[in-house]
Write a protein that binds this ligand. Structure first.
Ligand code: PLP
Length: 378
């Protein structure tokens, strides 16, 4: 287990921030990297043409270490929805076929598929919330021959349910279905590797479990799709982009690997360095150790919550870093505000209280939440 890393964050002692699934706090060294990066544009003459490429390639190389694969397989995106729209545009689907999604799946990983189904005469196939919380079994059961695309997360965002993506990946390959993943609620906190899962696309926004800034994301694109069609056509994706003097010699060719899928202005001088700094810290801590450490905090929290009438899916059905507490009676909508007055921060999503600590949290943070629930969740 990792020792508590709160000293690296600017979190006052009386704040119990248990809401990483909403937005992670930035680490002090990440803020420093961000301040330095933003200030570089005070001297634009120092932002020479090669800097449009070096920072992006460092992001790609670091993201590849987090997700598996190589730097060539990584595209730079502004949001999960951008990546999912790219996957939806490129994965083939025909009339009568199905796109598999989960009940209560995050909207960014739903609307794009709904639109794609409408446009092609396909339809969504929605996996119902399973009684015993076993999302993997429910997905495997639903992966029948008419499914052309499985558009899934690693962790279900309202239940904390964990999907066994290795088994799901195998099942997809058996029936010839593509696998597109939204890893926004798991990458950085739950071990994952594209070599084991073999997805077609895997996407994550950096501002949650990757501990990075908002409006940066990464997209893994399997080599077989790297000849596909990007959402936008911009100058820097093209084969001649490195030679600024010949940009108007328009070319049909794209830059190598997944770079063709990069968003416009992907060089993002202000935000890529802090995103990279945060991912490097995660790699140093090691994602498996983060998962164990945060899982330990959540196990204690789940035991305390049970004493005050809440339950959560048990492991291994739920991801260690992600606790969704429910009880028979409804949860007051104003609960997050009531807790916030006590400087305890969680979210309510669907019918669950979502409790998502990280390595900056202490046992006392969890105890404060339980004490508040005992007092106010009546
Ligand atoms: C599962 C999941 N995917 C994606 C996102 C963010 O989506 P976007 O980057 O499109 O805003 C969230 C945000 O809460 C999320 O929970």
């Amino acid at each position: 287990m990792l020792p508590c890393q709160r000293h690296l964050f600017d979190i006052p002692y009386d704040v119990a921030y248990l809401n990483c699934a909403y937005m992670s706090p930035l680490m002090k060294p990440v803020i420093e990297a961000g301040n330095t990066a933003l200030a570089r544009k005070a001297h634009p003459w120092e932002l020479t043409p090669e800097k449009f490429f070096t920072g992006s390639d460092e992001f790609r190389a670091t993201a590849a270490q987090v997700v598996g694969g190589t730097a060539e397989d990584i595209a730079i995106i502004p949001s999960a929805s951008y990546g999912i729209a790219t996957a939806a545009r490129n994965l083939p689907i025909g009339k009568g076929q199905r796109i598999l999604v989960l009940e209560e799946q995050f909207p960014s990983n739903y609307y794009a598929w709904q639109r794609r189904a409408e446009e092609t005469g396909a339809a969504l196939k929605v996996v119902a919330w399973p009684e015993g919380h076993d999302w993997t079994a429910a997905v495997l059961n639903a992966l029948t021959d008419e499914v052309a695309i499985a558009a899934l997360p690693h962790v279900h965002w309202t239940s904390g349910g964990k999907l066994d993506l290795v088994r799901i990946g195998e099942a997809c390959r058996r029936i010839g279905a593509a696998l597109a993943l939204d890893l926004t609620q798991s990458l950085g906190a739950l071990p994952f590797n594209v070599r084991e899962v073999q997805p077609d696309f895997a996407i994550a926004a950096n501002y949650k479990w990757l501990l990075g800034p908002y409006s940066v994301g990464l997209m893994y694109v399997a080599p077989k799709w790297q000849g596909g069609r990007p959402l936008e056509e911009n100058w820097i994706q093209r084969a001649n982009a490195r030679d600024f003097s010949s940009l108007i010699l328009y070319t049909e060719g794209y830059d190598a690997g997944a770079r063709r899928f990069d968003m416009g202005e992907r060089s993002n001088f202000a935000l890529l360095p802090p995103a990279v700094r945060a991912m490097k810290q995660l790699l140093e801590w090691d994602v498996a150790r983060i998962s164990e450490t945060v899982g330990g905090l959540n196990r204690q929290l789940a035991a305390g919550a049970e004493e005050v009438g809440f339950s959560a899916p048990a492991e291994p059905w739920r991801a260690p870093h992600y606790l969704a507490l429910r009880r028979r009676e409804a949860i007051p909508r104003e609960l997050p505000e009531m807790l916030a007055r006590e400087k305890v921060f969680v979210s309510v999503r669907g019918s669950s209280i979502r409790v998502t600590p990280h390595v900056y949290n202490t046992i006392e943070d969890g105890e404060r939440l339980i004490a508040c629930l005992r007092r106010i969740a009546v």
